[in-house]
Design a binder for this molecule. Structure first.
Ligand code: AMP
Length: 415
């Protein structure tokens, strides 16, 4: 079923959204992109005359109730975004009564799904290597099915609009879909847009195709980096992983973040890029700091010669220029992960240079996709989010989709 063709009048819709928004220490939302992203779907349901049951996870409470991750903290923000009252169910698995009493136009927000281990469906308190793990897994899968059925029982129709978790086969993202026939389950607008954006990147690629991968570690991005090497013309690797590459090449990286067990992997990436004719662009200079702090002393040094007691926290001026030169000529651009510790205002220059070059390329006709929580936070921080072609709300899901993997959240609905 397609959301545009569905009339929610008189129906109760349970919608999986990704309201895993970043909060500061006082529980205030620091970036509401994900809430805004789900609004078209939520508003369509309410406008049609349906009632709304919103479910999401927040953080990693690991199957236990933890007030730090309570969705109660964002209830007022959701109400404000929707312009109407929102009821709150403090136990997502015991909300039958309040769900049954919902009237058209009313909204119910369920407490964090991940307060129940059944949501993720991973056995608790037992390691993969322990005896009995397989039995525990089976038992948890059965419990997950029951949990999904409970959630499904609240509603007539299921909508998945949580792209951020579409790569997970969780109770609320995939298993729940089994309880609805094909006419009563669908992707929300955000999911549809995300799937389309990935399709734009993967089919009919306009060249040069430049991917910019940043963030803290190479180990978490290796799958996508290897996959992209078959597709891109230029691959910019930046952020913390710069120093693993520098060290692998025989450099001295001081106190910089560095994965010493990934040096061979870094050399392997360099070798593969050469073999495949991919222009691999790595940082050459960096802004080094004498502490991991916004107020640290800084100096620009070569990534290969960072003094002891100093760590590279941002791309240096030569690196920024090199990145920009490559990005500006691109016709397809994918950006995931910052080029420095952009959370500190004094270390945003690298990420800003990337964002500005992407905007310029986009102005010149490139299709640019920015995805992953931190890159999105970057373009928002720089006020440039509306000047790139598409800002994805998905981090891991986006990368897996671009790797060509089938997302369980999409498959559960589309088959
Ligand atoms: P990831 O979650 O792997 O995408 O990494 C995002 C994080 O990488 C952000 O919080 C950045 O602050 C961090 N990061 C980027 N560059 C560096 C760096 N040079 N040193 C330490 N952390 C970094």
């Amino acid at each position: 079923m397609n959301i545009d063709n569905y009339n929610f009048n008189g129906k109760k819709a349970i919608v999986r959204v990704d309201f895993n928004v970043p909060l500061d220490e006082n529980g205030n939302i620091t970036d509401d992109t994900r809430i805004r992203g789900a609004l078209p779907t939520l508003e369509k349901i309410l406008k049609d005359g349906g009632s709304l049951i919103i479910m999401s996870h927040m953080g990693k409470p690991k199957g236990k109730v933890n007030p730090k991750f309570s969705l109660g903290q964002i209830k007022d923000a959701v109400a404000k975004a929707l312009g109407r009252d929102v009821k709150f169910a403090p136990d997502c698995a015991n909300a039958s009564e309040v769900a049954a009493n919902l009237k058209p136009g009313e909204v119910l927000l369920l407490e964090n799904l991940r307060f129940y281990p059944e949501e993720e469906g991973k056995p608790v308190g037992i390691e993969k290597t322990d005896a009995g793990y397989e039995d525990a897994k089976k038992e948890m899968k059965a419990r997950q099915k029951e949990f999904a059925k409970t959630l499904a029982s609240y509603a007539d129709v299921y909508v998945n609009d949580a792209f951020g978790t579409a790569h997970r086969k969780h109770a609320s993202t995939a298993v729940i879909a089994d309880s609805f026939d094909a006419d009563n389950k669908m992707l929300g607008y955000l999911m549809e847009k995300e799937v389309q954006a990935v399709d734009n990147i993967l089919s009919d690629i306009k060249r040069p195709f430049t991917a910019i991968m940043g963030g803290s570690k190479v180990s978490t991005k290796i799958g996508i980096i290897e996959n992209l090497m078959d597709k891109v013309d230029n691959l910019i690797l930046c952020g913390g992983m710069t120093y693993t590459f520098a060290k692998a090449k025989g450099g001295h990286v001081g106190e910089s973040i560095c994965e010493n067990d990934k040096l061979d992997l870094a050399l392997d990436i360099i070798r593969k890029a050469k073999e495949k004719g991919v222009n691999l662009v790595l940082g050459t200079d960096c802004v080094a700091a004498d502490a991991f702090s916004n107020d640290a002393n800084t100096q620009v040094v070569s990534c290969m010669e960072i003094p002891d007691g100093w760590e590279g926290l941002d791309a240096g001026p030569n690196t920024r220029k090199a990145f920009q030169d490559v990005i500006k000529t691109a016709k397809t651009i994918l950006w995931n992960g910052p080029a420095g510790v952009f959370e500190f205002d004094n270390f945003t220059a690298g990420s800003r240079a990337i964002a500005e070059a992407i905007v310029e390329a986009t102005d010149n006709g490139a299709f640019s996709l920015v995805g992953g929580g931190d890159s999105v936070a970057c373009v928002n921080k720089f006020g440039l989010a509306d000047q790139v072609s598409y800002v994805s709300t998905g981090g891991g899901a986006l990368l897996e989709a671009i790797e060509g993997k089938v997302l369980p959240g999409v498959a559960a609905i589309k088959g």
